[in-house]
Design a protein around this ligand. Structure first.
Ligand code: CIR
Length: 257
């Protein structure tokens, strides 16, 4: 589906105080801002208009806007993030989406859900059950989507090493195809999918985003870029090292519709 607009929010001065399990050191906020600016330019180069929210000084993880909502056509589903420190991010995203989405629903207690666990794949969704998204949250989302005529597959990644979110390991490339890293390639719920397998050593590259005629990919993963090119995609590398330090990736930095 064509992407016309994206919501983005730069990291704040408190960015390094966010949640992380990566052992990659403390992010450099100035460099993160620079990378974020280049990321925004890359989206614009793909034909996307941006809604730019101001940095959120109260929520260090608020630059990862994807986690606060799931979007499907004219329906926005506001999430209930699994990390308590992120609960306060949702209100601003709700307000930013309001002009564009006539129907807005919410994940309700006891459900928790992070948008990073939700992979829209053409006419269906994959919903990860993770340390952040619980089964109640995943089932609520599946039920809301079902009302819109969309089926979902739940993918339990709680025993899958190294993945914060489902989309840390799998991305929709369009055309019936996914980019998948080794951690997820053998997952029983994903059997039969057409996969571009991200090689070991490049696992982080599995979080990429198809945006119109391009695929935004994290820079520094030449083998993955080559694989995409060989399959006819047009990869657009973007540096996101400072976001990787905070467990984030390309998809988390925008809400696209
Ligand atoms: C967090 O732990 O919630 C943030 N530091 C990173 C969130 C990344 N979001 C995503 O993958 N969708």
């Amino acid at each position: 589906m064509a992407v016309r607009r994206a919501i983005v929010r730069p990291p704040g001065s408190n960015f390094a105080e966010g949640l992380t399990s990566a052992n990659l050191g403390v992010p450099d906020v100035a460099r993160a801002l620079e990378q974020h600016a280049r990321y925004c330019e890359a989206l614009e180069a793909c034909g996307v208009a941006l809604t730019r929210l101001p940095a959120d000084g109260d929520h260090p993880d608020a630059t990862f806007v994807e986690d606060a909502a799931v979007l499907r056509r004219e329906h926005a589903i506001l999430t209930r993030p699994g990390a308590p420190s992120r609960a306060g991010e949702v209100a601003a995203i709700d307000a930013a989406l309001a002009p564009y989405f006539s129907t807005r629903s919410r994940i309700e207690e006891p459900g928790t859900l992070d948008g990073g666990d939700v992979c829209e794949a053409g006419d269906r969704f994959l919903i990860g059950i993770s340390a952040r998204t619980n089964e109640a949250g995943a089932r609520q989302l599946a039920a809301l989507l079902r009302r819109d005529g969309v089926d979902s597959t739940l993918v339990d990644i709680r025993n899958t090493d190294g993945l914060l979110h489902l989309k840390s390991g799998i991305s929709w490339l369009g055309d019936g195809r996914f980019a998948v890293n080794r951690a997820l390639a053998a997952h029983p719920a994903l059997r039969g999918l057409d996969m571009v397998r991200v090689e070991d050593g490049e696992a982080y590259a599995a979080n990429c985003i198809r945006v119109n005629d391009h695929v935004l990919v994290a820079s520094g993963f030449p083998r993955f870029e080559k694989m995409l090119r060989e399959r006819g995609y047009d990869p657009l590398p973007v540096a996101v090292s400072e976001f990787e330090k905070m467990d984030g990736g390309l998809s988390c930095l925008s809400l696209r519709f």
